[in-house]
Design a protein around this ligand. Sequence first.
Ligand code: AMP
Ligand code: MG
Length: 417
Amino acid sequence: MTKAPKLQNDCFVLPTGVHWTPVGEALALLEERLQAVVDIEVCAVEASDGRILANNVLAPRSHPPCANSAVDGYAFVGGLLEGSHCLDLQEGRSAAGEAFVGVISERQAVRILTGAVMPQGADTVVLQEDVTVEAGKVYVNGPLKAGANARKSGEDVVQGTKVFAAGHIIQPQDIAVMISVGVVHVRVFKPLRVAVISTGAELCAPGATARSDQIFDANRPMLKAILQRWGMQVVDMGIVPDDANLVRQALDIASEHADVILTSGGASAGDEDHMSAVLNKTGNMALWRIAVKPGRPLALGLWSGVPVFGLPGNPVAAFVCTLVFARPALMQLSGAGFIAPQALSLPAAFVKTKKRGRREYVRGRLRNGAVEVFASEGSGRVSGLSWADGLVELPDAATKISAGEPVKFFLYSSFGL
Ligand code: AMP
Ligand code: MG
């Protein structure tokens, strides 16, 4: 097992004099300051779905390992010119897993099945539907290119070439590729352990009896589900009331059991915003005033060497900040590198005015080739998250978006959901 290096104490410090950090700059800082913090272990390829490669993967053997037939038919040497041809049918056949023994010479042909190794000498296959076989002869009409219907050895992957790079997140189809080239085990990063804490005196645990002045803690189950989709290991720290000592205690426990801590609520500068206050005192905190909507200041700090992301309590803001800021940072900490989501460029089916110098993320959905946005901007409207199927990104510099104008649309799936 390989141990991961430690993060720098000042990894979240912002340049002095900065007031509102543009989203792009904030992301660039996170990318620069964070690195993989998880150890490496060995895992069977068959059990590696969703894991992150710690090394490049090279092909131990070529795929296919031998030249073989792509169809059921007859194998022979070289191509055929225009016109009719007659080949001598040889005894025996080449079937998948049971190759023909012997050599094929000019004007000879042998029965071959899909996936069977090409007989020595042969390099071309004619489809069984395109021939007539009679009295030991194979009649075929040309032309047929040399090499037709045959797969060359290594035409897919050549032995020794890189099939995947370190940091790649293994998908089911990648398991097929690795198994095909003979990879049995891979070195992967251990799953990032993420502690999730909700803060707020008004919060009631899901399933408990809520007083009329309480609300259910929606963030923690949402964040847990998101983290699980990202292949991370959740350490559920429950709800912490608005009390500085209890917040400190929770951070202490979380930092012992997790590689990173996600909190929601209490992140700005109000009287009961204990998360930012506590982080500010002891956690090398930088209150990141990012020029983004939704998302009040994002509180970032280190607690006993463990990075803390203090998300806003508002479920919509917590969700957006998790996808936009926490995801690339968590991926970097996980060893996958700083992953930027891919956007679609689609016409707006809405009109909107906004403040210049601030990036906005609006709940949107794709309908009839255009992007609609959720009617209310209120970030307390959690139902809008489910109404939407992605986020529309309105650029920092824009002041007005007109109908039909192209906008950047990120499907939820582009954030790995
Ligand atoms: P705060 O960031 O603590 O000021 O919270 C902002 C808003 O989000 C308040 O209306 C809170 O009641 C609400 N809120 C905070 N945490 C949660 C949570 N875990 N689930 C649902 N709503 C929350
Ligand atoms: Mg609060």
